[in-house]
Ligand binder design. Structure first.
Ligand code: G3P
Length: 217
């Protein structure tokens, strides 16, 4: 499973990248706002750190303007994936930009039918929002499962990018279903390492190291 980091925090990306956990980055207008940085400047910095796809979202809502913004965004670096919303205009922009050979991430997906449209428009990534479905008492994992089935039924190559991941269980469930990619905030990725038995076992080993004065260097 590919791991994308869902943040525009350059320091957090750099830190996780050193562990080999970063296959790409996703940003959105809310994350850019949170960073307090200029979108073009911070996106360029992220692209210089990470080799994989870096999603940068358009601000326009009309297809022509989205395409123009997308063409500007792909000029930042070779690894930009243009992020467009799942609207008819977004799908038009997706088709035009992927026809030009660019990566496109279609975002704000909340149904398998929407995902089917995105695949037909040539999307590189489809971003179903798990956490936001859970927020309204629906099961985000049902959506991942449905999209996996639909895409496999017809051999669509659009990659399922499980987004709006809020918990470590969201990561595990997405992986079990077979999402190609997941994007999560740095804190969720870091929390995946936690296990009380690991801590307990390490405490016992450390006590024995001290008691037996075990030294390596
Ligand atoms: O990748 C999309 C993600 O940033 C949305 O997450 O937690 O705002 O629903 P959230």
């Amino acid at each position: 499973m590919k791991f994308f980091v869902d943040t525009a925090d350059v320091d957090a990306i750099r830190e996780l990248n050193e562990t080999g956990m970063v296959d790409g980055v996703t940003t959105n207008p809310s994350l850019i706002k949170k960073s307090g940085r200029d979108i073009l400047e911070v996106t360029k910095e992220i692209c210089a750190i990470v080799d994989g796809p870096v999603s940068a979202e358009v601000t326009a809502t009309e297809a022509g303007a989205m395409i123009a913004e997308g063409r500007k965004l792909v000029g930042i670096a070779d690894n930009i994936a243009v992020k467009v919303p799942l609207t008819w205009d977004g799908l038009k922009a997706c088709k035009a930009l992927t026809d030009d050979g660019h990566m496109v991430n279609v975002t704000l997906c909340f149904s398998a039918n929407q995902a089917l449209l995105a695949a037909k428009a040539g999307a590189t990534f489809i971003s179903p929002f798990i956490g936001r479905l859970d927020d309204v008492n629906l099961d985000g994992m049902d959506l991942i499962e449905d999209i996996r089935t639909v895409y496999d039924n017809y051999g669509y190559e659009t990659q399922i990018l499980a987004a709006s991941i809020r918990t470590v269980n969201h990561v595990l469930q997405s992986a079990l279903i077979g999402a190609d990619v997941m994007t999560a905030p740095p804190a969720v990725i870091k929390a995946m390492v936690n296990h009380p038995l690991t801590d307990k076992g390490l405490d016992a080993f450390l006590a024995d190291i001290k008691a037996a004065n075990i030294k390596i260097v």
